[in-house]
Design a binder for this molecule. Sequence first.
Ligand SMILES: NC(=O)c1ccc[n+]([C@@H]2O[C@H](COP(=O)([O-])OP(=O)(O)OC[C@H]3O[C@@H](n4cnc5c(N)ncnc54)[C@H](O)[C@@H]3O)[C@@H](O)[C@H]2O)c1
Length: 390
Amino acid sequence: MTREFGVGIIGCGNISGAYFKLIPLYRNLKLVACADINPAASKARSEEFGVPAQEIAALLANPAVDVVVNLTVPEAHFPVSKQALEAGKHVYSEKPFVLTLEQGEELRRIADARGLKVGSAPDTYLGGAHQFARHLIDSGRVGKIMSGTAHVLGPGMESWHPNPDFFFAPGGGPILDMGPYYVNNLVNLVGPVKRVVALANKAREERTIGNGPRAGEKVPVIVATNIHAVLEFESGAQISLMTSWDVWAHRHQNMELYGTDGAIFVPDPNFFGGTVEVAGMDREPKAVEVWDHPLTAKNYTFDWGTQANYRGVGLSDMMEAVATGRDYRCSLERSLHTIDVLTAILRSAEEGRAIDIVTTCTQPAALGIAEARALLRDDVAAPAVEAAAE
Ligand SMILES: NC(=O)c1ccc[n+]([C@@H]2O[C@H](COP(=O)([O-])OP(=O)(O)OC[C@H]3O[C@@H](n4cnc5c(N)ncnc54)[C@H](O)[C@@H]3O)[C@@H](O)[C@H]2O)c1
């Protein structure tokens, strides 16, 4: 491992707690500052985690900050990332990376001109379970993947998130909010996408906030909340993806991929761990003993259970690439390809036609056991993160 890079977080809301807790797991990362447009939010995180809070402009001028982690709401991702690049900082953004291809291309131009790197979550596909699925597919266990299904279905986010407005505004909706986990993992497992076709609707015009100080307040639903898409991959595979926040109950698997010699059942791409099942020509799905990958260990307690959570591994991998010049997995190319696929799905539903994907990318390199372990600090070999329920 090379050197330690200073990390400045901009956006100290709900998900920032996970980043404050998990960034310290990585050998090459050190939290040095945080900021928010709402100073009360950064002050609260600063007091909770002992990381100095600054005004946004001061954080961007702070020489100890090498990389800005952009955890603002989707519509602020582009302007905040752009500002950070213009201040000479590398950028790693939460998803969705940007809302249009033009925004992504503009970030690319600024970053290239300044020799900076830009990356984006989700990095959950680097988790041990998904890397194990990748390993099984790469080793030919189920033959060539030719079709499959993926489902991310639920009633929506307004019951738990205290400020759920952005989920139902442009940049939100289940395809842009949850789709990145699925498309990133499909690119990891199957490769880039060539063409999409989709239909979409919404079940309700408004949602009622169920948690926090605004409980009972209504939020308008501007975007589609129920989207059926079919993705055609450059490999020839055709995989259907259904994302919906209009579903109270269902019995679909998160992800099933069908190969010429079998089928593989992939756990929830929103998480790092889980059980991988495989069936051969015997047609009997069986759990496969997951390897001893460090990004599989359950280390993080949510209020509903304990899960493997290694958010920040994509950032650590990107900063290792800054140090060594190698490719990084959550790269601008791949992040922009995901946005291309997701926005094309929405456009296909609006226009009633198939849409060709104009970007492409290479499949990210698999993240094996040794390389994943090298990103983590030594004392994380048996992970034990003190994670308050959230
Ligand atoms: N909450 C989750 O569980 C979760 C999980 C994964 C990813 N994400 C993604 O992370 C991002 C943030 O989600 P969240 O749930 O933390 O939202 P949030 O609304 O709780 O927090 C966002 C924070 O960003 C700040 N902010 C907004 N605009 C800003 C700007 N221009 N400059 C500086 N700060 C600004 C807000 O004041 C707020 O504190 C979203 O893109 C979301 O999709 C959230």
